[in-house]
Design a protein around this ligand. Sequence first.
Ligand code: PLP
Length: 287
Amino acid sequence: MGRIAYVNGRYQPHGEAAVHVEDRGFQFADGVYEVWAVMGGRLSDAEGHFERLARSLRELRIPEPMSRGALTLVLREVLRRNRVRDGLLYLQVTRGAAPRDHAFPDAGTPPTLVVTAKPLDYAALEAKAQRGVAVITQPDQRWGRCDIKTVGLLPNVLAKQAAKEAGAYEAWLVDRDGLVTEGSSTNAWIVDANGRLRTRDTGANILRGVTRNTLIGLAEELQMPVEERPFTVTEAKSAREAFLTAASAFVTPVVSIDGEPIGDGAPGPVTRRLRALYVESARSQAV
Ligand code: PLP
């Protein structure tokens, strides 16, 4: 059985699924997306991703393509048709297809909705997390509304490609003040020289990661307060531990930055504990 994609009301073979040439997602990156981790066929951190999707759409004045209930049915059907038990579910909503014009199309233009799913080998990802990953730093060249999860990801794409070419997993983006904002597709964290957990505050121009938010709650339950406070690249390089969070990576240890080892160059105890805690909680809370 081949992969199936949902496009505007139809479940189609993945290789044939397509949107209109004048879809505004294609023409202007005028759209938003969400990614859920799928664990045992269920959606992890479901509520947080639904809420962020609704917010992204509201901020850009793109109409909701359907009710939350109907959307949930579509998401589950895509998982079922693709037989995904462990993997990622991707959803994109754009402002729809209309004759090319920068201004919004006529009211009533239906938004485009695309949903795809792919399996992931969580055992392989776990092995990668046991080893830890390398990151490099790159200038943050993005626009001023990174709190909205738009498909306008060109600076993120260029940063991730730079990381790949350097043999690293991720690029941490650095603002004009020398402070780390976040990764190209992940949030950035350190356990600082004083043993405190730190990640950039959401007042900054970053995405409010759902994994980040859940992890803050879990850490606080463990009496490990999180300081939502910026850190410099120098602080990150001299941190005891560093890690990143995302639906696609859970909590993944960072063992080097720009080739310089973090701590002793192996995943640290705080990060390993937080990863185990997050994965266990995500699995048990998935719906
Ligand atoms: N930051 C950026 C720029 C991202 O693109 C992502 C995820 O795609 C994240 C952070 C992590 O967000 P989440 O934990 O909701 O997956």
